[in-house]
Design a protein around this ligand. Structure first.
Ligand SMILES: [Zn+2]
Ligand SMILES: [Zn+2]
Length: 432
């Protein structure tokens, strides 16, 4: 996947970790960013950011390249790769922060952060501000006599000493909300009177990898895999060549329409080929292959039968696919005319893009003439209300091409390259 996402991964490493960190720590961050991207491609939530790669330095590209295609997996799925700046002494169990147990997000001690004073911080807050921030009443008589516990009282801490809930003037507030509202750096905090001064240790929620700890461990000769295995429990670091490599067309609905059928033969060639038979042959293989790639596929006919145009239209409308792919072959009175062409309905930009992607690849790989894709008043495209491409995959009146369609391997190749074009269309779409 690094072919496509190398710059994005590098950019995110650059943004999210100081670039003077040790190379092994940068590698950890590269794998984390790749895992986050990989996961968001899978659940389709990936947002491509605009990348300014001018300020990404070579060490970061090195970290990305040295960990090429590696992502963090747990039970064969990419993990939620949480990380934070500095844990303050130990990382946290997920249930204390996210309210749910995640097996690979277990707290571990982090001695490097225990010693690190650089991330300790203080914030002073007025009592008035505190009461208004959490919308709670200051008790009457508060000026005469009160103990610190009347203002703030910790109710619950996690095992690793982060504040889980706290009373603010007797109102219970979740630690995470409390620290967020006060802009405290972490959930590891204490306090004392004289205005209220908050002390924090560490920066961030404490889940997953601790960047400061990772950097210190790297300086002590830990390798990236050891560091990741330390901060994430029972994970595997795996290679992924391609995103969604098993089912790249998952959640995509295609309707295939093999032209003609039954008493409607379509064109025929001198060597005895009949259009309706070839369109069916191609369509059935296309359906099978698309399903292997994870797409949902419907077809207007799966045997030699007559299906009226109106019937086809109503089947397509009911199925409501992302694309209609209509398969036909052509004929000319001139033997020399050859090549593939396509049609899309007026204004159907997606249909046009898909058609172009498929036809470019077919023409390149099979060395057939690309006659181009055009806007066309094709009845079926006009009626269906979704995107679609109407292909004429070759001329039965041309000897060479008619011969090709006798060849099983040629037909398999046509299908394979159509799918390659479809994949390319979706990949381009994701990157723009
Ligand atoms: Zn730490
Ligand atoms: Zn036809």
């Amino acid at each position: 996947m690094d072919k496509k996402y190398r710059d994005l991964i590098a950019y995110r490493v650059c943004k999210n970790m100081p670039k003077d960190f040790h190379i092994e720590a940068l590698k950890c961050q590269a794998i984390i960013e790749r895992t986050i991207i990989f996961r968001s491609i899978k659940d389709e939530s990936l947002k491509i950011e605009s990348i300014d790669n001018n300020y990404i330095d070579n060490r970061i590209y090195q970290a990305v390249d040295d960990t090429k295609n590696l992502v963090i997996m747990f039970n064969n799925s990419p993990i939620l790769a949480f990380y934070h700046v500095s844990c303050g002494g130990s990382t946290e169990n997920s249930e204390n922060i996210l309210n749910r147990k995640i097996d690979y997000l277990r707290g571990v001690t982090c001695d490097e952060c225990k010693k690190n004073k650089n991330v300790d911080n203080i914030i002073d807050v007025d009592l008035e501000e505190l009461s208004s921030l959490f919308n709670c009443k200051v008790p009457s008589g508060f000026l005469d006599a009160f103990s610190i516990e009347d203002i703030l009282k910790v109710i619950k801490k996690t095992e690793s000493k982060r504040i889980e809930s706290i009373l603010v003037f007797n109102k219970e507030i979740k630690g995470i909300e409390f620290s967020k509202n006060l802009n405290l750096d972490s959930l590891r905090f204490g306090f004392r009177p004289i205005r209220i001064r908050f002390y924090t240790k560490g920066i961030g929620h404490g889940l997953g990898l601790c960047q400061y700890g990772a950097n210190e461990k790297a300086k002590n000769n830990w390798k990236f895999s050891d560091i990741l295995n330390y901060y994430y429990t029972n994970i595997n670091i795996c290679k992924v060549e391609e995103f969604n490599s098993n089912f790249p067309l998952k959640n995509i609905k295609i309707f295939i329409d093999p032209g003609h059928g039954g008493e409607d033969l379509g064109y025929s060639s001198e060597n005895g080929l009949i259009e309706k038979e070839i369109t069916l042959k191609i369509s059935l293989i296309l359906k099978e292959k698309l399903e292997e790639y994870g797409a949902d596929v419907a077809i207007s006919r799966d045997k030699d039968e007559y299906v009226s145009l109106d019937k086809r239209v109503s089947m397509i409308k009911e199925y409501n696919p992302d694309f209609l792919i209509s398969i036909h072959l052509n004929k000319s009175k001139f033997e020399s005319v050859c090549g593939i062409e396509g049609f899309y309905y007026w204004g159907d930009v997606e249909g046009k893009n898909l058609g172009e992607n498929i036809m470019n690849i077919l023409s390149e790989r099979l060395n057939i003439k690309n006659r181009g894709i055009r806007e066309g008043k094709v009845y079926i495209l006009r009626e269906i209300g979704c995107s679609g491409v109407y292909f004429e995959l070759g001329y039965l009146s041309n000897h060479e091409e008619a011969k090709n369609f006798r060849d099983k391997e040629f037909i398999n190749n046509v299908v394979m390259y159509m799918i390659e074009g479809l994949l390319k269309y979706y990949q381009n779409k994701m990157l723009t």
